[in-house]
Design a binder for this molecule. Structure first.
Ligand SMILES: [Zn+2]
Ligand SMILES: [Zn+2]
Length: 143
């Protein structure tokens, strides 16, 4: 089967692919994700650890907060992935670097309490004031 998920960073130095659909897709409104991605809200597609293959490798690992490791392209700075100790065995890939992003609909708003006041996203998705860990873990438990 041909790969279902493909993508690359802004400069193209790092590419990736995967053959499984994401376990879930989530917005994150937390200030850390905004800062790391540069956008007014971040969104990520979650995959099982090891299900996404990066070439030549996954970029520079940066850990500012205990239990959170993010990766970035060392050349262009694109935000690639996040790993969170409280969401074990999952890798969260920034939605904007995925070629199929248009088909990957978010299912939850995490850290909705930190949303920028002027940002209005008109949907009926669940809003979690905090990490949405329960919902995100429930998805991975169901696999
Ligand atoms: Zn790059
Ligand atoms: Zn966040």
């Amino acid at each position: 089967m041909s790969s279902m998920i493909t993508g690359k960073c802004y400069c193209g130095a790092i590419t990736f692919y995967g053959e499984e659909e994401p376990q879930t897709v989530a917005y994150c409104h937390c200030v850390d994700c905004r800062r790391a991605t540069g956008g007014p809200v971040a969104a990520f597609a979650a995959f099982g650890e090891g299900k996404i293959v990066f070439e030549p490798e996954e970029g520079k690992r940066v850990s500012i907060n205990e239990g959170v490791v993010r990766t970035f392209c060392e050349n262009c700075g694109s935000s690639l992935t996040g790993r969170y100790d409280y969401l074990p065995n999952q890798i969260y890939v920034s939605i904007g670097i995925i070629d199929q992003a248009d088909e990957l609909m978010p299912e939850v708003h995490a850290h909705a309490a930190e949303r920028l006041r002027w940002l209005h996203i008109d949907d009926d998705l669940e809003r979690s004031e905090a990490t949405a860990t329960r919902k995100l873990n429930a998805v991975s438990d169901n696999l």
